[in-house]
Design a protein around this ligand. Structure first.
Ligand code: SF4
Ligand code: SF4
Length: 251
């Protein structure tokens, strides 16, 4: 069997210089009919990451702003599914392509060149797997030869884990976190707790309305509605990730 080559960042800095190409998938799995694009995603940020990152970016002149959201007619609130930094070139990148906030960098950076939604992509179209624009993974042909065996999905997952280790774990974590939020959102919509505004047709009017509305992050909304803590939600995503990694390793 071909040996899987472990991922090694070449420190070219490409991904931090063009954050628009990095990862657009946080939280956008369900509800496309209700989802409203407020700001095109650059570097996606989860709402629970925002407090830790906001000042770090603001001092460099970059804001963290709502990216995709659902407007709730009941609470007259924008429920933010994904935040983003309003930048293209990250201000934390040094001339030698080091990250000045490495320990605190967003989960999107920790995952790259993988993406959140990795399991969905595998399930949807294993051959169309897009690994992002990373120099290490530029050669998709070589990548496919080494990683993808379409007849053996457990082996493929194990290979991804061998190759990407923590990046793969973070990608799964992001995916399970998204899944949790999406399931809760679905329940809220079905039970009438959230009455989503459908943007089609009167988009301009909608834009003005939501610009003026107050906003709340999705996990904060869930915490307030269900009386759960942020830690409980993150622990759930952690536990699901660990379980899946253990399954992958034991297969
Ligand atoms: S594009 Fe890939 S190789 Fe280059 S800095 Fe980013 S992760 Fe590293
Ligand atoms: S926070 Fe760090 S890793 Fe993320 S884009 Fe900026 S420089 Fe790159």
């Amino acid at each position: 069997m071909t040996e899987v080559k472990e991922f090694q960042c070449l420190k070219c800095g490409d991904c931090c210089k063009d954050t628009l190409s990095v990862n657009k998938n946080i939280g956008t799995g369900f509800f496309s009919e209700y989802m409203y694009l407020h700001t095109a995603p650059s570097l996606p940020i989860f709402d629970w990451e925002k407090p830790n990152l906001e000042t770090r970016f603001q001092t460099k002149g970059v804001n963290i702003v709502p990216s995709t959201l659902i407007y709730d007619l009941n609470s007259k609130t924008s429920i933010v599914i994904q935040y983003t930094t309003d930048m293209t070139l990250c201000p934390h990148l040094t001339e030698s392509n080091d990250c000045l906030i490495y320990k605190h960098r967003p989960i999107t950076c920790k995952i790259f060149p993988l993406k959140i939604g990795i399991l969905k992509e595998i399930a949807d179209n294993i051959f169309g797997f897009d690994m992002g624009k990373c120099r290490f993974d530029y050669s998709l042909e070589e990548f496919n030869e080494k990683i993808i065996d379409e007849t053996n999905e457990p082996q493929f997952l194990l290979n991804l884990y061998i190759r990407y280790k923590d990046a793969f774990k973070f990608a799964l974590f992001g995916e399970f976190y998204d899944l949790f939020c999406n399931i809760k959102l679905d329940e809220f919509i079905q039970s009438g707790i959230i009455k989503p505004f459908t943007a089609s047709g009167i988009e301009k009017k909608f834009r003005t309305k939501i610009r003026k509305s107050k906003s709340i992050g999705i996990s904060e909304f869930i915490q307030e509605t269900l009386d759960v803590t942020e830690k409980e939600i993150l622990d759930y995503a952690d536990m699901m990730t660990e379980n899946l990694i253990n399954d992958i390793k034991s297969n």
